[in-house]
Design a protein around this ligand. Structure first.
Ligand SMILES: NC(=O)C1=CN([C@@H]2O[C@H](COP(=O)(O)OP(=O)(O)OC[C@H]3O[C@@H](n4cnc5c(N)ncnc54)[C@H](O)[C@@H]3O)[C@@H](O)[C@H]2O)[C@@H](O)CC1
Ligand SMILES: [K+]
Length: 275
């Protein structure tokens, strides 16, 4: 079976409930945009493609640093939380961070969320090797953001969860400690969850596991970064795309066509559920 399922954006004008994508005045530009959006599709990527695209962005031709990409990814995550969980829904946000760059996105998001008026708490048991994680942690400590070791208590006392445990480099069917227990606890929490790039424990290509801690884990929201991965075909909640930095030559190389998707200064775009 070909693994390039596309997420059709037909009907997106109806599915974006909070804000119309176009103004009510039917100018030529808005009519063009309307036509464009009604036939829009975003290709999904496999695990290897996602890893390669990431490398190319940070390679000699891409020219990005990890700091830059993580900053933009984390900003997209924070903006998604702001959209799905406005401050009036409760200001306590628990950010569960894994040992890789997905965890780094969570740390960046926590800092932006603090500046938006939320009260983030971090659970970050294993720091990544890159010194960026230490710097991001220092920035958070400077804001007085707490780092907890008791994720079970924190899960009971939060209004929203950001799942930044694993991203597109998650492999295998067994989850190593301590994240196996964290995923079990996150799944049973009453607080709604926004997953970063990948619902943690899901296979990047095949989606939710049929057994283990991640069985039946369906977060309420997902923010895919740069491009949705194949797993999004199994995702049932609100789905956003962020990471507004992919240059046209890389979009073309990976079969992505993101032209016209992001509106104005938005860092995220809501996508309809996969067909
Ligand atoms: N191109 C993009 O769009 C960008 C991607 N970023 C983020 O980077 C993520 C990918 O980051 P990484 O490649 O660092 O990896 P991940 O953050 O996906 O996770 C890798 C870590 O998880 C561990 N791990 C993998 N499988 C495991 C298992 N079964 N049990 C326990 N631990 C396991 C690995 O040992 C490694 O420490 C993306 O998903 C995204 O969130 C951003 O930071 C930058 C921009
Ligand atoms: K995640």
């Amino acid at each position: 079976m070909q693994r390039t399922a596309a997420i059709r954006l037909s009907g997106i004008l109806n599915t974006v409930s909070k804000r119309p994508l176009v103004s009510n005045i039917p100018t030529t530009a808005t009519l063009f945009h309307k036509k464009r959006m009604s036939s829009f599709s975003v290709k999904t990527l496999g695990a290897q493609e996602a890893i390669e695209l990431d490398k190319e962005l940070m390679g000699p031709e891409g020219g990005y640093s990890l700091d830059q990409l993580m900053e933009l990814a984390g900003l997209s995550v924070a903006n998604t939380v702001y959209k799905v969980h406005p401050l009036s829904n409760g200001e306590r946000i628990l950010v569960l961070c894994g040992p890789g760059n997905n965890g780094g996105d969570g740390l960046v998001a926590a800092r932006h969320l603090w500046h938006y008026g939320y009260k983030p708490t971090i659970y970050f048991p294993k720091k990544g090797k890159n010194e960026i994680f230490e710097r991001l942690s220092t920035q958070l400590r400077g804001l007085g953001v707490p780092f907890t070791e008791d994720y079970e208590a924190a899960l009971k006392e939060t209004d929203h969860i950001v799942d930044a445990i694993f991203g597109f480099s998650f492999t295998g069917t067994t989850i190593r400690a301590p994240f196996d227990a964290v995923i079990t606890a996150m799944k049973s929490s009453k607080a709604p969850t926004t997953s970063v790039d990948v619902p943690s424990s899901w296979d990047v290509e095949n989606g939710p596991p049929s057994e283990g801690p991640g069985k039946d884990f369906q977060p309420e929201n997902l923010i895919s970064l740069t491009a949705p991965k194949h797993l999004t075909r199994h995702f049932k909640g609100r789905h956003f795309l962020g990471g507004r930095f992919c240059p046209p030559y890389l979009q073309e190389k990976y079969g992505l066509d993101l032209k016209g998707l992001y509106q104005g200064v938005d860092q995220i775009a809501e996508l309809p559920a996969a067909e």
